[in-house]
Design a binder for this molecule. Structure first.
Ligand code: 3HC
Length: 334
């Protein structure tokens, strides 16, 4: 990013000088973003850019750690040791994603504690999708295929986000999400090709997760408060509806290969548009879930608060260890 060095002159008033400087900084920032340069933590950035990034990154980080809950629900009941090991690794990956994202948000001057306090107080959001229950083992597969699939579609473009630390965190996250998506697909394929009851379980899970997965992309473009500005700042590269359409186009042939149907009779290829048409999304349900009225909102946030309280001793121990380590300047033996 181009550094802006204000000219040290003798302008008539301090106000005029600071006004000029603000304009210069702003112009330099806009030019750098337009030239696809990365914004780094020490670069000047508009307050609104910083605030919007913190908002989005916090929501993203919170989604990763709350998203551990519906899947962890099935670790003890996984049908084989292989499936259990895979699911444990996946849930652990989500915790790691949260860590990368909270760390990236810290580079903007907001601490992880501050963001977690806001989540626990209901002042920041997490993805609507995690307010739905995992009722059967097949839901683990549907989450992998559809939820992680939707997440990848949304998140690969964030690897080119204008803010360096967020973009770099997303590269690794997307690689891991890709593995998650494949394990879900493979799990559903096994069920779909299994007994009649297993096939029915897979179909039921897809029926329940399809529409909430489409809602993950956010409200329609004409109701998206942040899209226009975020796209101008190159935080977002595509609109909510563009990414939703991309996801539908990817999912339709995958469902066919799985031998499962998507619960939308209106899905059909539109030759003229070169995309699949699909039915109307129930946006009233989406906004209701955001207001806290989804099937699991209360359960998720309560469990998160309890986990945070019960984990206090781990944070205290880690802080004491770090303190000892830095005060002696030597490695501490376990
Ligand atoms: N769930 C909850 N809130 C949502 C939402 C959703 N599915 N979609 C939008 N919203 C919220 C927005 O955060 C915003 O609220 P705010 O003003 O309080 O922040 C409001 O609805 C209006 O939406 P906008 O379209 O104006 O918001 P954005 O421009 O920020 O777009 C987004 C929403 C597409 C989700 C964007 O923030 C984004 O791409 N975020 C990064 C990715 C992310 O957070 N994904 C969450 C899922 S992560 C995950 O799934 C984990 C994986 O392991 C599966």
């Amino acid at each position: 990013m181009v550094a802006v060095t204000p000219e040290t002159g003798t302008s008539s008033t301090a106000d005029a000088r600071s006004g000029d400087l603000a304009d210069q900084l702003r112009a330099s920032f806009d030019a750098a973003v337009a030239a696809e340069e990365r914004v780094e933590p020490r670069d000047w950035m508009p307050d609104e850019y910083r605030a919007s990034l913190v908002r989005q990154m916090a929501q993203h980080a919170h989604s990763e750690i709350i998203g551990m809950q519906p899947e962890a629900n099935w670790i003890t009941r996984a049908p084989s040791l292989r499936r259990k090991a895979i699911l444990m690794a996946k849930v652990q990956d989500e915790a790691g994603h949260g860590l990368y994202l909270y760390s990236a948000a810290e580079t903007l001057g907001t601490s992880r504690d501050e963001l977690l306090d806001k989540l626990h107080a209901g002042k920041q959001k997490y993805s609507s999708i995690f307010n739905y229950p995992t009722l059967t083992w097949a839901d683990v597969g549907a989450i992998g295929w559809l939820v992680d699939g939707a997440a990848i579609t949304n998140q690969v473009p964030i690897c080119r986000c204008s803010y360096g630390p967020y973009a770099r965190a997303m590269v690794r996250i997307c690689k891991e999400e890709s593995f998650h998506q494949r394990q879900g697909y493979e799990l559903l394929l096994a069920l779909s090709r299994g007994t009649e009851a297993q096939h029915a379980m897979a179909q039921d899970a897809v029926d329940r997760w399809w529409w909430p997965s489409l809602m993950m992309f956010g409200p329609p473009d004409d109701e998206s408060a942040h899209s226009a500005q975020s796209m101008a700042w190159r935080i977002k590269r595509h609109s909510n509806d563009e990414l939703r359409q991309r996801f539908v186009d990817i999912a339709v042939p995958q469902a066919e290969s799985l031998g499962l149907t998507l619960p939308d009779p209106d899905i059909k290829w539109n030759e003229e548009r070169g995309h699949h048409d699909f039915g109307a999304i129930d946006w009233a349900e989406f906004w209701d879930v955001l207001k806290g009225n989804g099937p699991c909102n209360e359960q998720r946030i309560n469990q998160r608060r309890t986990a945070h309280e019960e984990g206090a001793w781990v944070r205290d121990a880690a802080a004491a260890y770090a303190e000892k380590h830095t005060s002696t300047g030597r490695e501490v033996q376990a």
